[in-house]
Design a protein around this ligand. Sequence first.
Ligand SMILES: [Zn+2]
Length: 505
Amino acid sequence: MESLRWTRAGTWQSVREICLALQRTCGREGVPGRPDCLHPGQAKNDMAMDQLRLYNTLSRRVEPVEKDGDRCGVYCCGPTVYAPAHIGNFRTFVAVDLLVRTLALASYDPFFVRNLTDIDDKTIAGSQAAGQGLEDFTGHWTEVFHRDCAALNLLPPAVEPRATDHINEQLAIIGRLVERGIAYERDGSVYFRIAAWKDYGRLSRLADRELLARENGRFAKDGAEDFVLWKAARESDGSVRYASPWGPGRPGWHIECSAMAWKHLGPNFSIHCGGVDLLFPHHENEIAQTEAAMDRPIARHWFHVAHLQIGGEKMSKSLGNLYTVADIVTAGHSSRTLRLALSSCHYGRELCFRPESLQSAGQALAQLDAVGKVLQKSSGGGRPMAQQFSRWQSVWEAVLEDLNLPLAIGRLFRGLRHWNPEKNANDDDWAEWQRLLFLLGLSLPPREEAVPDGIRSLAEERMAARRARDFIRADALRRKLADEGWAVRDTEDDYTLSRQQPRTG
Ligand SMILES: [Zn+2]
């Protein structure tokens, strides 16, 4: 079957290319010393690899991560684009971002793929309710997702495939499973016969095959636990349907990721990632589909990120405790603060998120920024990122051991207690600090453009009004600044000014 043959040609992405992709995204190509940039001096394979050890859900052990060939393929189940992702989703994406950054700094040459689920019951129902076509509807929510990713400084994936662009690949895998007698058709739908695949359950290790039959009753299936690969078209799907050898319909969710991972990473790639809620049935089904069709494992390492809880409860719409990135920023916290707060707990443990988490992250960030500014100033800011750690080697070692960020951050702040960068720092410290900031995903805030005295005093006057809770006056002064071509943005207890187009009319 031709379409299942995968070729490596043209798919490699070096660290340098990640860097260039990042620069394209941030629009600051070629800025020397930009903390987010693995500067182009760091060529592929010109450095010894540091070994990353990571918990593997498949073996239930912490194991060394291995490259697949001369790179490290990483697949992450991305968002379903029908609403804004909430901070629980972003806890996973921030942890995966830390993983990719660590792989890049350890010279694993990561090739990162994160998909978009743009076809399922939720996107179809959402687009119908909005009176929009599926593509327009999911396109809007994809933009919102990208905006939030940029706010949280997540590295863009090398490839961001959409499920609707991979229908043929999905049909090819389903066809292979049908040929092999592992899948069967009933009333225009196709199901994976779990009884025909003896290895089912290896990842989740479910006792007594405690398998969920979520769609039981809606479709005719031979076994209640069998899962759907292809769904026959229903009236409620409207015009969303594709042709297949079994009649019009659309793919099931699980087959989408098997097809996109196969297409862009090939078989047996290094690491498959996702939130722990995807472990069963989604990832279990992905393994079954891919292995049964290809006779090769999908991935070696399975990386799962634990839930985020708010006040001891799982975040959910019905409990009214669901927060988006925009909610946190509107409440006056910076997205950098949110990123640090989401990183405060080991990825494998539940993160209990509280308003105080943001306050303490904000204080920690202010301390890191103060050190960064001193180092940048003392070096003139002209040095690129260091190629290795030295003063902060123990921080790096904590990250290399199962991404133990809480231990790493603890070591960092202990180190800062015994070091005065004002008196005892050199250019190497600034170069290394950039490497540290890259690892943590916390670039320094952009430097303010020179602000004229008159504008500065208007902004100060506005800040004083805000502190006095005279919001009418504060708003009037914000409008006055806007008329002069300056945007003011509030932070926790300060503000920043940036140039904008003067208002007209
Ligand atoms: Zn997936």
